[in-house]
Design a protein around this ligand. Sequence first.
Ligand SMILES: Nc1ncnc2c1ncn2[C@@H]1O[C@H](COP(=O)(O)OP(=O)(O)OP(=O)(O)O)[C@@H](O)[C@H]1O
Ligand SMILES: [Mg+2]
Length: 430
Amino acid sequence: MLTSSACADRACRYRLIGKKGEGTFSEVLKAQGIKNGKYVAIKCMKNHFDSLDQVNNLREIQALRRLSPHPGVIKLCEVLYDQPTRRLALVFELMDMNIYELIRGRRQYLAETRIKIYMYQLLKSMDHMHRNGIFHRDIKPENILITDDELKLADFGSCRGIYSKQPYTEYISTRWYRAPECLLTDGFYNYKMDMWGVGCVFFEVLSLYPLFPGTNELDQVQKIHAILGTPPAETLAKLKKHSNSHIDFNFPHKEATPLARLIPHCSAECVDVIVKLLAYDPDDRMSARQAVKHPYFKDLRAAELKEKQAQAQAAAGSEDGISEERVGALKIDSKSLMGSSKTQTQKAREQYRMSKQVPKKPTGLIAGAIAKAGSLSDGPSGLAIGQLGVGLASQNASQSQIDAELSIKSVAKAVSHKTYQSPYSQKPRK
Ligand SMILES: Nc1ncnc2c1ncn2[C@@H]1O[C@H](COP(=O)(O)OP(=O)(O)OP(=O)(O)O)[C@@H](O)[C@H]1O
Ligand SMILES: [Mg+2]
């Protein structure tokens, strides 16, 4: 267990650069570590937290600790808790943008090879998460972050333990990405709901528009039926057992529209993955484990295997003298699989940066606390946390730094100035 004084030594400070994003529960700031110059994303929670126990119980923190480190899971660097103001902020590695920002306002399709690399990474992080007993429950483009060719899953604030008891009565995922079983039952869904979300995101990145943009729950079901067709009576009967009282199951008959017709520029294997992720019945829906093995991703799996072999050879090579060049030649460069889309993506990123220009004058954040958790175990909420320690901010900054710095409380005030136009304002929120 960390003590306050131990943490005070490790206390760190950040210079606030600007706003990076916004969610229902938080505002995310871009900041720079004053000591090490590293850029981070600080997620300032809108809620107040009365005690460390409450912070300890946050599913987001518990899940991140259980799932880290993994290349497909956003890295939580530290937890800042300021007891006097009851504010909590989570410090993450900084990513460039979310998937929604990647496609927003785009007129030209992204190259399928690029999307394939992203989706393969997404499926691998889903597999990692599900194998570790956690499901996300809020898969949507805004919660998937990218930097260049790298993709990471973020925002575990709605996650649950896979083995926790149904029904789940509290909040579930954003409507457009909500699986039929979430819409039609009173909380009788499982980790397969995440795969539905991945199917919707996959389609949206390819087509540049949301597949099922429902305006309310009933419309959401109707939008699904309009494309996938009304499901067989047996599927509906299964769902009806745990039926949601608001929805009448007498759905008018709808014929399915072949998905290939909606994304004619995509390969047949790519469409096949989406079709399998969007199986109406969760029991028939492809799992992440199965999806990563789909023939569509064969070339990426082969590239990955070669890279692993090259690494193993490099390790052995340091003993038996294999040259650097040989190792380099064995490595598969994912960038070469990207094709011509690179320039388009760079342009999109430039546009994104231009639209997010922030004031030059630096402001800052005095960080309050450092949390460190131990091992996790399944508790009543499906997850439980180990230890967490708290420290105080170091106060030996120069006058100019002090002028520029803000406490967590004043950061909260600063971010409440709505100078930033949320990219999600047109999207329905939970
Ligand atoms: N590490 C990061 N690097 C860059 N941007 C980030 C990072 N973390 C979050 N963001 C941005 O901030 C937004 C909100 O973050 P996040 O989804 O974690 O917050 P939330 O309040 O839990 O959101 P939600 O409304 O989905 O529950 C993200 O969509 C993303 O654009
Ligand atoms: Mg989010």
